[in-house]
Design a protein around this ligand. Structure first.
Ligand SMILES: Cc1cc2nc3c(=O)[nH]c(=O)nc-3n(C[C@H](O)[C@H](O)[C@H](O)COP(=O)(O)O)c2cc1C
Length: 201
């Protein structure tokens, strides 16, 4: 079993409800794959810069010079090489926190995570067979009337196609900020689901 890359975008850290879900999943997965190495990238610690003009210019210059071994491309190379990928992030403003978007912009590099074939068609270059997105939401976006408003999991699922990752999975606990719901039960059910998903991931 190859290594697992864990992208931690749980901004609230110890107060996060998403993070314990991810930790439980990783714990169970590690038990199942004791030989595999889990590498964590904590986006709050990383503090990658957004692609401001000068950042993008530096990246374009290095890319055009073929310097793909420059540290600026290290996150993309790490992502492309991972055997399994787990991303954990809360549901913010119908999507996920900006730190995750910054990371996704940083790893989306032509000829590292995706490219084009001779006919100009987009091809994914990532090795991972599976990507799991773990998230918790204040509202319940499984309700058909509003499910279209959910933009976080859907964006990641589409990016998996671009990166060539065949299996996208999502683990979510929803409705956690709705006073009509029992948060403890919802979280317990999600933890149980995390344990089940770790069996086959
Ligand atoms: C900045 C911010 C934006 C949020 N935006 C939404 C939202 O658009 N829809 C929603 O249902 N919940 C929203 N929430 C609630 C969170 O999705 C919910 O509380 C989640 O469980 C937080 O995850 P965490 O405990 O891992 O931080 C938002 C919370 C914060 C702090």
């Amino acid at each position: 079993m190859e290594g697992l890359l864990f992208i931690n975008a749980c901004v609230r850290g110890p107060r996060s409800r998403t993070l314990p879900l991810a930790r439980r999943f990783l714990e169970m997965w590690q038990q199942k794959h004791p030989e595999a190495v889990i590498t964590e990238r904590d986006l709050c610690r990383d503090r990658l810069l957004p692609q401001y003009p000068e950042v993008l210019e530096e990246r374009d210059t290095l890319w055009s010079a073929g310097k793909l071994d420059d540290p600026i491309f290290a996150p993309a190379i790490q992502f492309a090489a991972a055997g399994r990928i787990v991303i954990a992030a809360p549901f913010w403003d119908l999507s996920f926190p900006a730190i995750l978007k910054i990371y996704l912009e940083r790893i989306s590099v032509t000829n590292i995570t995706f490219g084009y074939d001779d006919l100009g068609r987009s091809v994914g270059l990532c090795r991972a067979e599976k990507l799991l997105f773990i998230t918790t939401r204040g509202g319940d976006f499984s309700i058909p009337e509003i499910s279209w408003m959910e933009m976080g999991a859907r964006q990641l699922e589409a990016l998996c196609v671009m990166y060539g990752i065949p299996s996208f999975q999502c683990l979510t606990a929803q409705g956690l900020d709705d006073i009509r719901n029992d948060k403890t039960t919802i979280m317990a059910q999600a933890i149980e689901q995390a344990e089940k998903m770790a069996e086959t991931f």
